[in-house]
Design a binder for this molecule. Structure first.
Ligand code: PHE
Length: 505
């Protein structure tokens, strides 16, 4: 359908230097805070090792096909999500914008704040500043948490300061471009991350009680496979953890050479993300097992996830270590920081690429302005009420926003563009070929699953307000964020494409 879009002209497109550079950037985006602090808990909560079956099924039936789809469309159209979608159908450009806007001015704003907490905790590790009560330290002293999202309070200056550091790092990496910035950084970050995780696993495995923790983590309970929730959790986790449905993989693939293998690289990205998450889970549960033994608390009571795991439970375990606790703390928070920064950079790069594609702005200008805006957008999450805001925005964007965007992407690429065309494209550059089951997955299975996920979320949220927050605030903050980003997307999509850099300058 290229003839419909002749007005889209392309500025010079950067390209990855090596396939490994591309892969490490894509893996860097996929492995994030979620892979480290969420995966293990979901495994534990959903039947231990048995959960790996639904997870694997979700990976093969949804994760890998979508990864192939996003890589395929990015490579074929040579454009970020708005450009790639506009080339498919000019009426759908807004969808690309919506994805990249809500991930940049939503997810990235709070994601960077969590990385800022990790940076602060890197410093706290030096003196084990959280002391004997990491819970009170984190919520009261560090966050200054207010009772709820309506009591916003003041921004915390120490968090603001750490947030500036995070955005400077994001800015520096993205400023130097795809090859000299994003690729180069990820080529260092990914091996570093793998080593850090292995060191953490090796270290925690030697602690007394570690084995007990690891067994609790992976001990399979196959009876749980009969529960719908376990399958729903597996599918809903796949999209977020693989950074799919955000336009990120489309953008990263748009910097590929026209002959780079798609199918194989999509599998490698997905599998490495899974393996790293699984292995990181060992370090999490080994430490929890150790802590349960040391404190005499029942294991179930030591297990937490997300923020509580990283900033309360783990610091407590670190303080209990017999030796080198400071070093361990440094390594742990460095792991989270590196994993987080690689993901955050992928979002910044995606949004920058979208603007550069459409308006032909200079990269350096775009990246600088976006980094400042990303920092400013994050300020709300550094306030006393910030944690509640973060929780609400995260829930709405990484559930409703992501599922809806991913569903629409399947409609656009599976039905309007036609899945078989992307399959044929992917097969034409790939060593191993995928069959028609790909089309089935993109056209029927994944949209069907996404409808189930959306329906399930709506049902749960209507029964019980999310996080016990007041309805009005949930609607204003959560739905408001989605609607405002959608309107902005429609507006940006309605602007004309800049014809040519040279004609106008
Ligand atoms: N995949 C990342 C994780 O597991 C999260 C992420 C989402 C990163 C969206 C970038 C964009 O934490």
């Amino acid at each position: 359908m290229a003839q419909r879009n002749t007005e889209i002209t392309e500025p010079h497109r950067p390209q990855w230097n090596t396939t490994w550079g591309f892969l490490s950037a894509a893996i860097g985006s996929a492995i994030g805070l979620g892979s480290i602090w969420r995966f293990a808990y979901v495994v534990y909560e959903n039947g231990g090792g048995a959960y790996l079956i639904p997870y694997f099924v979700a990976l093969v039936t949804a994760g890998i096909p979508l990864m192939i789809l996003e890589y395929g469309v990015g490579q074929k159209m040579r454009g970020s999500a708005p450009m790639a979608f506009a080339k498919v159908s000019s009426q759908w450009e807004w969808l690309g914008w919506w994805m990249v806007i809500f991930v940049m001015f939503g997810i990235n704003c709070y994601y960077a704040v969590i990385i800022a907490w990790c940076v602060s905790y890197l410093g706290f590790s030096l003196t084990l500043a959280w002391g004997a009560d990491p819970n009170a330290f984190f919520f009261q002293q560090f966050l200054g948490a207010t009772p709820g999202p309506d009591a916003i309070g003041e921004p915390r200056s120490s968090i603001l300061f750490a947030l500036i550091i995070v955005w400077i790092i994001n800015w520096l990496i993205t400023f130097f471009g795809v090859e000299k910035g994003v690729e180069r950084a990820n080529k260092i970050f990914m091996p570093l991350l793998f080593i850090l995780i292995l060191v953490l696993v090796g270290w925690t495995a030697t602690l007394p009680g570690a084995k007990e923790g690891m067994i609790r983590y992976l001990k399979p309970d196959f009876s749980r496979l009969l529960e719908a929730k376990v399958w729903i959790d597996a599918y809903s986790q796949i999209f977020f953890t693989l950074s799919i449905g955000f336009g990120i993989m489309v953008t990263y693939a748009s910097y590929l050479g026209p002959k780079t293998d798609i199918n194989f690289n999509a599998c490698v990205t997905s599998v490495i993300d899974t393996v790293v998450s699984l292995v990181a889970g060992l370090a999490i549960f080994a430490a929890l097992g150790y802590m349960a033994g040391q404190t005499g608390k029942p294991f179930e009571q030591t297990v937490t996830h997300g923020i509580g795991l990283a900033f309360v439970a783990y610091p407590q375990a670190i303080a209990l270590l017999p030796s080198f606790s400071n070093l361990f703390g440094l390594l742990f928070f460095l792991t989270l920081t590196v994993a987080g920064v690689a993901s955050s950079v992928s979002i910044l790069e995606t949004f920058s690429a979208s603007l550069i594609d459409k308006f032909h702005y200079r990269r350096q200008t775009v990246v600088t302005i976006l980094s400042i805006l990303g920092f400013l957008g994050g300020i709300i999450f550094t306030t006393g009420g910030g944690l509640a805001w973060l929780d609400i925005v995260d829930h709405f964007l990484s559930h409703y926003g992501l599922f809806a965007a991913c569903f629409l992407q399947c409609i656009l690429l599976g039905w309007i563009y036609k899945a078989f065309r992307l399959r044929e494209h992917a097969n034409s550059v790939s060593l191993f070929k995928i069959g028609r089951v790909f089309d089935f997955s993109i056209k029927y299975l994944i949209p069907g699953i996404l409808v189930v996920l959306l329906f399930n979320d709506v049902r749960t949220d209507l029964r019980h307000p999310y996080g016990n927050y007041p309805w009005l605030l949930l609607v204003l903050i959560g739905c408001g964020w989605l609607v405002v980003t959608l309107i902005t997307a429609l507006f940006v999509a309605s602007r004309a494409w800049r014809r040519s850099l040279h004609q106008e300058s």
